[in-house]
Structures are given as structure tokens and as C-alpha cells.
Write a protein that binds this ligand. Structure first.
Ligand SMILES: [Cu+2]
Length: 112
């Protein structure tokens, strides 16, 4: 005979865990998109909450990259002509970002 009380307790535990996980997902899933055009980022300034993922999407014809020149953490995308590059920003501060191929191609991301 199956122990019905144990089954009910197990089901309740699974529902509680699932509910908790679902409640956490929206905060972690926040994403902001930046368009990488020929020789300009759009927008050029962005302010996001800590933990936000910034996703750069290539829309131009020339190769570009996303490189942090100054900021709480450094990262550097490959040179790309299409596709996207995402980075979750977990440390607060101002990130000065540029494309190393086009020195005038700059933007800032403020994480608070
Ligand atoms: Cu560029």
C-alpha cells in the first residue's frame, strides 16, 4: 500500500520549491538591448539595475566589438558583424565602453 501522507508532503514540497524558483526568475531575467550600428551604439547611455543582462545586437555591415575601457569589471566581445553578445552586470558603477576598431564609437552603462 502506498503511504498517502508521504506522497502529499512530497507534492507540497515540489510546489513550494517551484513557486520559489518562479518568483526569482523575473528579477534575474531583466535584459536591456543595445544596437551596434555602423560606428555608433544606440543608445549611447544606459542605466540598469545590478544583475541586469545587457545584450548588444549587431545591425551594421562593418565589424565592431564591445570593450570595457574603464569600469568595475572588464570584458571584451570578439569582433563581429552579426549576432549578439550578452553580459550580466553584477557590479555597480559606470562602465565606459567602446569599439576598439572605431575609437569614436563609445557608450556608457551605469549599473546601480
Ligand atoms: Cu566599431
Amino acid at each position: 500500500m502506498i503511504n498517502r501522507k508521504l506522497l502529499v508532503a512530497a507534492a507540497a514540497a515540489i510546489v513550494a520549491a517551484g513557486g520559489g524558483a518562479l518568483a526569482v526568475v523575473p528579477a534575474l531575467a531583466a535584459t536591456k538591448t543595445v544596437t551596434v550600428k555602423d560606428n555608433v551604439f544606440a543608445p549611447t547611455a544606459l542605466t540598469v539595475a545590478k544583475g541586469t543582462t545587457v545584450r548588444w545586437v549587431w545591425r551594421g555591415r562593418a565589424a565592431h566589438n564591445v570593450s570595457v575601457s574603464r569600469g568595475p569589471t572588464r570584458f571584451h566581445s570578439p569582433n563581429k558583424v552579426r549576432g549578439s553578445y550578452s553580459k550580466q552586470l553584477g557590479r555597480a558603477g559606470t562602465y565606459a565602453i567602446h569599439c576598439t576598431i572605431h575609437p569614436g564609437m563609445k557608450m556608457t552603462v551605469k549599473v546601480r
